[in-house]
Design a protein around this ligand. Sequence first.
Ligand SMILES: [Ca+2]
Length: 168
Amino acid sequence: MISMKVYLRPSDVEGIPGLGDLILVETQFSAYPVSAFVGAGTAAPEGVVDLNNLYGIDRTTLRIAGGEKSLLRIYRGGTLSTLLHYRRFPASDGNVTVAEPVKGFFADVNLDGRVDEEDFAEFRKQYRSLPDDVAYNPDFNFLADPAGKVDAQDFARFAKEYGRTGVQ
Ligand SMILES: [Ca+2]
């Protein structure tokens, strides 16, 4: 099982933050995504996704070794915006555990091993966004600064890595 905390905007502190958000987990190894509601069976703003419900192409339970690429899509109930988080599945020891999905190298946004124009296209969508914007995605605040804006400093960090291949 994986546990994903959804991003809460600074102005979301009122009420029950994150409640009503839907998490969808997709991986290339399964044609069928799995979903979970944030707060169902756990405390918001966390959503727990049962990876035992992932089915492989042969329609049997997908065996997860850990490290497989996945895309977590967060449909935000309050704002109707969608946040995309590229992650890898945590390593599994065969027991039932709850772990957070693993981030990759920051500049290889889509985790395909290359820092290229596809990553830049994702970055560009987030450029100049602020922590309170409905589509703000903290994955793109490469340089953790107090203001949190996705700005020229983040772009500079990204640009330094541009063109890299074989990124783990
Ligand atoms: Ca990439």
